[in-house]
Design a protein around this ligand. Sequence first.
Ligand SMILES: Cc1cc2nc3c(=O)[nH]c(=O)nc-3n(C[C@H](O)[C@H](O)[C@H](O)COP(=O)(O)OP(=O)(O)OC[C@H]3O[C@@H](n4cnc5c(N)ncnc54)[C@H](O)[C@@H]3O)c2cc1C
Length: 442
Amino acid sequence: MSGDRHAVVLGAGVAGLLAARVLSERFSRVTILERDTLDGAEPRRGVPQARHIHGLLDRGRTDIEQLIPTFTADMAGRGATISEVLVGTRWYAGGLRVAPTPTGLTSVLATRPLLESVLREHVLARPGVRLRERTVARGPVGDARRVTAVDVDGENRTVTADLVVDATGRASRATEWLLDLGVRPPHEERREVDLGYTSRLYRHRPGQLGGHGAVVVSTGTDGRGGGAIRVEGDRWQVTLAGMLGDHPPTDPHGFARFAASLPTPDLYDIVSAGEPLDEPTPYRFRSAVRRRFDRLTAPAGFLVLGDALCSFNPLYAQGMTVAAQQALILRDCLDADDAALPSRFYAAATECLTPAWQLASAADLAHPGITGTRTLRSRLTNAYLARTHRAAHVDPRVARTLLRVVNLVEPSAALAHPRTAYRIAQRGELFPSPASRQPARR
Ligand SMILES: Cc1cc2nc3c(=O)[nH]c(=O)nc-3n(C[C@H](O)[C@H](O)[C@H](O)COP(=O)(O)OP(=O)(O)OC[C@H]3O[C@@H](n4cnc5c(N)ncnc54)[C@H](O)[C@@H]3O)c2cc1C
């Protein structure tokens, strides 16, 4: 650590906390500015998505453990359910149950507020890290070449910094802020999905769901899906999802009917027999957005990461994992001199963002109503994926590879490996198209 260097992180969400953890290795002072009051493990205003299921992919879990080695154990100690991804969870893809088989992957099933509070405890215990709550960042101070401070609401209006990191999430104003400094805005890639989530908590009873800790129903061609995970406090968190405006209702009867329309009765069984612990809560997600900061000359002393850089369709549970990947990338880039840091960081971040974005885009484009260019390649990919889902229903090896790809542990090319491709070709034909199958209940 050289001299008295100060980094300021805007936003104490998952991306901001993990960035602060990494920065504390190189900066003598790290200040996190957060708009909300952070009180225990409760949902809060600045992170409305926290009331909905937050699945952590195994890649994200192991990346977090590179920064916080006791993360999984700490989550277990606070009541999270830790289980083998396919053995402990009922997974449905393309309307069919993925064969339950060991994958070598671990699920940490908990609410997002619990996960965030465990990260926060670790990060704030680091030397030099300080949190300023109820503090709204108003934008970086400097010019098109260098940022030197950040403006904040309140008495102490300007906080000087050697590095300012914007981790304010999906609603980040980084584009406008940079425009004010004379930097042209980044190109934005968007995928309109008009996704609606509605979630509700239920009391968990022993023996429900055959003792499994979770059920995941991937969205079918009708754009409907959902999940239930057993979270701390012996509760089920149930989230129903519908794309293209077909949003799950928030009245209890409509919520149950939506659950009944899915291709497995598992979610309906939890909803219809369960004791609800709160009211159904909606969330509307109009589009996935990727901001191409890698394609512009960004000022030194300012970085954008997490959802502010790329906000994924939440159906694929990639956001927290990609935030963890970016934190590790940031750590690798901190050796670069100040002026080179942004270009080096964005170039390296692109390497992890592009495969995740392409995986999500391909899955989105499988839904006929989603607007986007369907190349021959993307059509073939989706036909192959549908076949993979059918094969994964009967073939444990295909199931294992599929889940490892979805968890960002292996590249999607693993599904095209000749041995796997052969199994997919052989086994993917055995079952009728899921489109011809009827839902469990209407
Ligand atoms: C409905 C939904 C479901 C999701 N499900 C999953 C999932 O299953 N798995 C997964 O991995 N990801 C999921 N995600 C994505 C995940 O929430 C994010 O990718 C992840 O939390 C990283 O976000 P972040 O830290 O960049 O931003 P956020 O978590 O949004 O945090 C931003 C923080 O910045 C603060 N802030 C904002 N503006 C200011 C300001 N001006 N000054 C100071 N502070 C400010 C906010 O209060 C907040 O604390 C989901 C997202 C949504 C919308």
